[in-house]
Ligand binder design. Structure first.
Ligand code: MLT
Length: 391
């Protein structure tokens, strides 16, 4: 009889949020309930045809059947650099300041291994994408959570971090447009953050996966690199997943400070063997020719958002109107002990899957909230609203 004990780093992990939701969802589904999934941020719309065609062509090239380059195809990295220039006015050297990723999650999960030593401190704005603090822990680091609150427009209070903590902190994770709260950060926030990071030799990890999911051109989210001096301290993670409906393809990129990009590349060299080059060629097509598609997506999500906002208002569920991302961060109605209790009851009684706010990083930061992902069509949103209204 074997007795394998998992490593301590796994024992201390909470269940991965979306895996846990899937488990409850499958139980309810097994009872024959028609599930409407507004849980995970996984676009329901297909990848555009021109990207699939680019993959098909690239998959036929024998040179793409061998190991890919570790840092990514030069042509893909050059396309990332051109896209950043066109979209944000930012210059990036494709040879030293861009690395391709198997999705931004992979890059974020590996990054702390390159710069965190056991006992080092990382600042994580919370509620948050759970990978930031989990990856910090995997590297032996310690997380200090910076709460994001409605009163502060879900921006961290950088002045609330003591000088000693800034000095000690190795890195700070920020994510705007924000998952799960949908908040956006103005340039003035990045300006202050970059200044602070430069003063205290702190790495800024900016997760910018949702910058293309905005609803009004006036709210177009910036990149941290629009701030002068940001390249001295920052690395930005981006993804093709949400912009081009490509979550299943696993392709993203990290850009910015050369040392930070190189450090991440070193970890990756030892963990993976790059991205299938045909997928990179398809990604290149997305970056070069995908602007019209991204605009079409924005229109679709805007219609969904407007429908959802009007419906939630009627039911009496309080929620800020998102200016970006496809998430709505809603307050749980009174009378429920916790976010978890509310979403479990909703799922069991209506078949509608939403995500409990306390599953995003520090539990108390998101307690009292739940997140809706607008990842179904308008008819299904209407159906979900009508079930919620009855509930
Ligand atoms: C989410 O639902 O928060 C995201 O889909 C997770 C992810 O992008 O990995």
């Amino acid at each position: 009889m074997t007795d394998f004990k998992m490593a301590d780093r796994l024992a201390s992990l909470p269940p991965y949020l979306f895996a846990e939701i899937d488990r409850v969802k499958n139980e309810v589904k097994a009872r024959g309930v028609d599930i409407i999934s507004l849980g995970i941020g996984d676009p329901d719309l297909p990848t555009p045809d021109f990207i699939i065609e680019a993959l098909y062509k690239a998959a036929q090239k024998p040179e793409n059947h061998q190991y890919p380059s570790y840092v990514g195809l030069r042509t893909f990295r050059a396309a990332v650099s051109s896209w950043y220039k066109r979209r944000f006015g930012v210059d990036l050297d494709p040879d030293n300041e861009v690395v391709s990723l198997i999705g931004s999650k992979e890059g974020i999960a590996h990054f702390p291994l390159a710069f965190i030593n056991p006992g080092d401190l990382a600042l994580v704005c919370t509620p948050n994408y759970p990978v930031y603090n989990v990856a910090t822990g995997f590297a032996g680091g310690v997380t200090k959570f910076l709460p994001l609150t409605d009163e502060r427009d879900f921006l961290p209070d950088l002045d609330a971090v003591s000088d000693a903590e800034w000095e000690k902190a190795k890195m700070i994770f920020v994510n705007y447009p924000n998952n799960p709260t949908s908040a956006c950060a103005p340039l003035s926030f990045y300006e202050k953050l970059v200044a602070k990071a430069r003063d205290t030799n702190t790495i800024v990890v900016s997760d910018a996966a949702y910058t293309e999911m905005y609803y009004d051109p006036a709210d177009k989210p910036p990149s941290i690199f629009e701030i002068k001096g940001a390249k001295d301290v920052a690395i930005e993670f981006h993804s093709l997943s949400k912009t081009y409906n490509m979550t299943g393809w696993r392709i993203g990129m990290a850009v910015g400070n050369e040392t930070l990009v190189k450090g991440l590349g070193k970890i990756k060299e030892n963990c993976d063997s790059g991205i299938f080059q045909a997928v990179q060629e398809a990604g290149l097509a997305a970056l070069e020719h995908g602007d019209a598609h991204a605009e079409k997506n924005r229109q679709i999500y805007k219609e969904r958002r407007d429908l959802l906002m009007a419906g939630l208002k009627k039911i009496g569920i309080s929620c800020r109107e998102p200016k970006a991302t496809f998430y709505c961060w809603c307050k749980i109605p009174q009378g429920y002990a916790s976010s978890q209790a509310f979403v479990t009851k909703v799922l069991q009684e209506t078949g509608v899957v939403v995500t409990p706010g306390n599953g995003f990083g520090l539990p108390e930061a998101g307690e009292g909230y739940f997140r809706i992902a607008m990842t179904v069509g308008k008819e299904r949103i209407e159906e979900a609203l009508s079930r919620l209204a009855k509930f």
